[in-house]
Design a protein around this ligand. Structure first.
Ligand code: SF4
Length: 377
């Protein structure tokens, strides 16, 4: 690993780990919620068809359009059909969008596609891949970021430009993309089967723009993101935010359908100010197979990213430990689920720190051990 990596990762660990510990010490109820959430998610994994059906009915009841995709190719075809002739697309941070290579595919087809999360935007203009689930650009030092922005956005930026100024320049650029976007594509942190709602957690405000300014919002996520109720979905975002070190989160976005108003004689009319179309695409891509295997508990992952910072292999190998965007301890499990890639498990040192900090109590080293056996036969 290069010098940049060691500097930026150490800074990230020092910024993150004590913050997460403090949040959990001051809000002990979050660990209780996490234990309950684990049970609720296990319920879904044991009866996935019922929960997919329930989610479909709820999305349709709200005026949304529901899709199910077996793999990346099917998901991409659904997206292409929804987009039609439109070309201006904004994206929010999502591992599933990388999983199906959405930006790459749409860009190849000549569309104007922009990541709107700051870290993802840096990854995009650097022709790079994310190195961490929550902090995709954690492998880039501030100095390197100033060089990337200088080459791609504004030649007045240099290593002495303040972080605030760099963020402002990116914000000024991205606002022009939001205002002209025709379609906003997001992932989802959780999908509630009982109400057909998706929840998205963020701090920057870009997801709020992506989900409201374009006339069509498409949410693409895995079937593992279904939870039984809206209460469970809120619990998931609380646990995720706390374990990611951002508590309380600045924004929690809830979407349950296209925009609507009932202001004239309480008759519900759609659309109102926001999008007129809301699509939910749930993708399988190996998840269902994993539910019936030694990989089952990997599907409980809520993508908080906490396990990365307790992992000696991730410190040593960075984003080579896994297949981006699925890197780090959870990424070894998810690379096996989604890409059927097992060889990176050989890099695991089985320190066990990952499972100690995991809020979903996923026995990560044991699962990686099974993956190793699968690889070595
Ligand atoms: S495996 Fe656990 S600690 Fe790692 S990202 Fe998933 S939920 Fe968080």
């Amino acid at each position: 690993m290069d010098y940049d990596w060691n500097v930026s990762l150490n800074r990230a660990i020092l910024n993150n780990a004590p913050k997460v510990d403090k949040i959990l010490r001051e809000n002990p109820y979050i660990n209780d919620i996490a234990r309950d959430l684990r049970e609720r998610k296990l319920e879904v994994l044991s009866d996935i068809d019922t929960y997919i059906k329930r989610t479909e009915e709820s999305v349709k009841k709200n005026g949304g359009i529901f899709h199910i995709a077996r793999d990346s190719a099917e998901a991409m075809n659904i997206v292409r059909e929804i987009i039609g002739e439109r070309t201006k697309i904004v994206l929010s941070k999502s591992n599933v969008l990388y999983e199906i290579k959405l930006r790459e595919e749409l860009s190849k087809e000549g569309m104007d596609v922009w990541e709107t999360d700051l870290g993802e935007y840096l990854v995009q203009i650097n022709n790079d891949m994310p190195s961490h689930l929550v902090a995709p650009a954690v492998h880039l030092s501030k100095k390197r970021i100033s060089e990337i922005l200088n080459e791609n956005l504004d030649s007045t930026i240099n290593e002495y430009t303040s972080t605030e100024e760099m963020v402002k320049k990116v914000r000024d650029f991205l606002i022009t993309k939001y205002l002209s976007a025709e379609v906003g594509i997001t992932g989802a942190n959780a999908v509630s089967a009982d109400t057909g709602s998706i929840l998205l957690i963020e701090n920057e405000g870009n997801i709020r723009m992506d989900t409201v300014l374009p006339s069509t919002h498409i949410a693409i996520t895995g079937i593992d993101k279904i939870v039984p109720t809206l209460k469970d979905a809120f619990n998931e975002v609380i646990v995720q935010a706390a374990n990611a070190g951002f508590y309380p989160p600045t924004y929690v976005n809830l979407t349950s359908g296209p925009s609507a108003t009932g202001d004239i004689e309480l008759q519900k009319v759609t659309p109102a100010t926001g999008p007129k179309e809301f699509h939910v695409i749930l993708i399988d891509n190996g998840r269902r197979e994993a539910m019936n295997s030694d990989l089952k508990e990997s599907l409980l992952c809520i993508r908080c990213g906490r396990c990365y910072f307790s992992c000696p292999a991730y410190r040593l190998y960075g984003k080579e430990f896994g297949t981006s965007p699925y890197t780090g301890p959870t990424g070894i499990m998810w690379s096996a689920i989604v890409y059927k890639q097992y060889d990176k498990s050989e890099m695991c040192m089985h320190s066990g720190g990952c499972s100690v900090v995991c809020p979903m109590q996923i026995p990560i080293p044991k699962i990686i051990e099974k993956i190793k056996f699968k690889y070595t036969g």
